[in-house]
Design a protein around this ligand. Structure first.
Ligand SMILES: Cc1cc2nc3c(=O)[nH]c(=O)nc-3n(C[C@H](O)[C@H](O)[C@H](O)COP(=O)(O)O)c2cc1C
Length: 169
């Protein structure tokens, strides 16, 4: 696939098959993260692959009404950026971590995996963060859902590039 094809093929999936992504495949995806651009080479990205015990704790922190949504995908990965309190540096490091995350999503797509970048409320709570050992020095960017696709998403609707690109004279 060309990059354009890969970018078009990456979609947000909300239905997954039951098989977890093998650890070796996950490592292949996460290895790519370190190729993302990052100012001062801070390498701020952090990834936590959620095992059964961690999932149990996260579901407990989420509460009964939200816990079910954490069962949608067989493999969950929390993405966070290490932050220092320096506003400029932190902004750059969050951007770098988002870029790294996109590489992971594209690599998953390339392998035929379905993915979903979600920002569940539980990861904004102290209890949810504590359940996964996320301290004050990290900004959570989201929870990646990965697995085999179970349903094709609806066709994508987007504005053409002319709507958001300006060539300044
Ligand atoms: C930072 C970020 C957070 C997101 N959080 C959620 C979320 O909490 N719930 C959700 O349904 N989709 C979430 N999404 C997915 C978007 O809704 C999705 O990308 C959008 O609908 C476009 O669809 P596509 O990914 O198939 O192109 C998130 C995407 C990003 C980049």
């Amino acid at each position: 696939m060309t990059l354009a094809e890969l970018a078009a093929a990456r979609r947000t999936h909300k239905a997954f098959g039951p098989r977890p992504v093998p650890r070796a495949t996950l490592m292949e995806l996460l290895e790519l993260a370190r190729l993302a651009p990052n100012h001062h080479l801070t390498q701020p990205w952090r990834f936590r692959v959620i095992g059964p015990d961690a999932l149990g704790r996260l579901k407990e922190a989420a509460g009964a009404s939200e816990a079910g949504k954490l069962d949608r995908a067989p493999t969950l990965v929390v993405v966070s950026a290490a932050v220092t309190g320096d506003l400029v540096q932190d902004e750059e490091d969050v951007c770098a971590t988002a870029a790294a995350t996109m590489l992971v999503l594209l690599a998953a797509t390339e392998r035929g995996l379905a993915s979903y970048w979600r920002t569940p409320g539980v990861l904004r709570t102290a209890r949810g963060r504590e359940s996964l050992g996320i301290g004050r020095g990290e900004r959570v960017l989201g929870l990646l859902h990965l697995g085999e696709p179970a349903r094709e998403p609806a066709p994508r609707v987007r504005e053409p590039a002319a709507a958001y690109v300006a060539f300044l004279p």
